[in-house]
Design a protein around this ligand. Structure first.
Ligand SMILES: Nc1nc2c(c(=O)[nH]1)N[C@@H](CN(C=O)c1ccc(C(=O)N[C@@H](CCC(=O)O)C(=O)O)cc1)CN2
Length: 286
């Protein structure tokens, strides 16, 4: 039988991370009578966003955090959303604030993110947190990149000196995960739609992170034998099935380890949001 890659179980890793955070939340409650609070703001009725927000609300409550979802109608104005954020910023019981993305087109996403108190920005997207990450300083780090790194580290004992290629340069994933790989002493390339020979660039990677949102873009022969492949793509096909940015059937025959979609990075995103909420709690309330 042909060899195949280790399939990294993101669902199991996320469950064990949540259990760990749950123990810490219980200890905080028992010792200090305090409860870390996560507030998620959803504007509009994008079906996928509704599911993700419900999941965040449920999983936060499950580990004993106080968890509130603010569901605002699609017609909410930017000024109304900014007023809601000002209210959450001023509320001392709120440790983490997250605005679910994407926002409706009439709202300027950058202005909204800028309005979140950086100390409560559990998505790690505020320019202060992005700047801290770029400078190698501690701060709140975006959840999907954080989860991707935990999965990479679960299969690679040391990242130092490895070639890492990140396909995609989004603020949510590509740029921050590249910073984290750099902090781990990888040699990092960020590839994107203008990269001249994307296949050859990917083939150099000991660690390949695909985060472009193009189903099956990364083919088996783009992968260096034995590489660790992290598929961040979550693409819904016309038949309703979810698929990643990597052609899994081909890649699994070449890679050393690979994340599936679903069941890979996705569940780690929410577990890392809970971890960030705890980090924000400790930074704010000691
Ligand atoms: N403010 C933010 N908005 C968005 C983020 C984010 O990190 N911050 N990320 C994505 C959506 N997202 C969380 O918000 C998210 C996506 C996917 C999953 C997940 O667990 N996916 C499962 C499959 C679920 C399904 O069947 O639909 C998996 O991959 O196994 C969790 C969170 C965009 N918006």
């Amino acid at each position: 039988m042909a060899e195949q890659a280790l399939i990294i179980d993101g669902k199991a890793a996320a469950a064990s991370l949540r259990a760990e955070i749950g123990l810490e939340v219980a200890a905080i409650k028992a010792r200090r009578g305090l409860v870390p609070g996560l507030h998620v703001v959803l504007v509009g009725d994008d079906p996928a966003s509704r599911v993700y927000v419900a999941s965040k609300e449920k999983l936060a409550a499950e580990i004993g955090m106080s968890s509130v979802a603010h569901r605002l109608p699609a017609e909410t104005s930017e000024a109304e959303l900014l007023a809601k954020l000002a209210e959450l910023n001023a509320d001392d019981s709120v440790d983490g604030i997250l605005v679910q993305l994407p926002l409706p087109k009439h709202i300027d996403t950058g202005r909204v993110i800028d309005a979140i108190d950086p100390a409560k920005d559990v998505d790690g997207l505020h320019p202060i947190n992005a700047g801290r990450l770029a400078g190698g300083k501690p701060g709140l780090v975006p959840c999907t990149p954080l989860g991707s790194m935990l999965l990479v580290k679960s299969v690679l004992p040391s990242l130092s000196g490895l070639e890492a290629v990140v396909v995609g340069r989004s603020e949510l994933v590509g740029r921050p995960v590249a910073q984290l790989l750099l902090q781990a002493d990888c040699t990092v390339t960020i590839a994107h739609s203008r990269t001249r020979d994307l296949a050859a660039t990917c083939r150099r990677a000991d660690i390949l992170i695909a985060a472009v949102g193009r189903p099956g873009l990364v083919k088996g022969d783009w992968i260096k034998p034995g590489a660790t492949v992290i598929d961040v793509g979550i693409n819904r096909l016309p038949d309703g099935k979810l698929t990643g940015d990597v052609d899994f059937a081909e890649a699994v025959k070449v890679a050393g380890a690979i994340t599936p979609v679903p069941g890979g990075v996705g569940p780690m995103t929410i577990a890392c949001l809970l971890r960030n909420t705890l980090t924000a709690f400790h930074a704010r309330r000691g």
